[in-house]
Ligand binder design. Structure first.
Ligand code: ZN
Length: 122
């Protein structure tokens, strides 16, 4: 089984409702996003998927989040834009946009600081 990972970023503001802590205040993060996929078979070029292709698809999703107020986006209308929910949103969008039956998205991790991250795992 092969596994590859790309790392990319976006910046946005959010506000965690009913949190009872500092994060209820409007604030922002520079999120680092790691996308991990795996598969058994390689293509004719010896790749699971071209890194650039995976990065482009991921960045297409992140562009919709970048420099936004996440709470106002349809994806977070009914839930807090926590790092957990952000990771799950990116995971589900990737699954919709990555139409290759030979690969599975196994993990999306959203780092909101150098020392705190949340992952959504297959
Ligand atoms: Zn925050």
């Amino acid at each position: 089984m092969y596994e590859i990972k790309v790392v990319t970023h976006f910046a946005a503001a959010h506000q965690l409702k009913n949190f009872g802590g500092k994060c209820e205040q409007l604030h922002g993060h520079n999120w680092k996003v790691e996308v991990t996929i795996r598969g058994e078979g390689l293509n004719d070029e010896g790749l699971l998927i071209d890194f650039q292709e995976l990065r482009d698809i991921t960045n297409g999703i992140l562009e919709e989040l970048d420099h936004s107020f996440l709470n106002e986006l349809p994806a977070f209308k009914d839930k807090n834009p926590s790092s957990e929910n952000i990771a799950a949103h990116i995971f589900k969008e990737l699954r919709n946009r990555l139409n290759d039956k030979h690969i599975d998205i196994t993990k999306v991790t959203a780092w909101e600081s150098d020392s705190a991250c949340a992952s959504y795992i297959l």
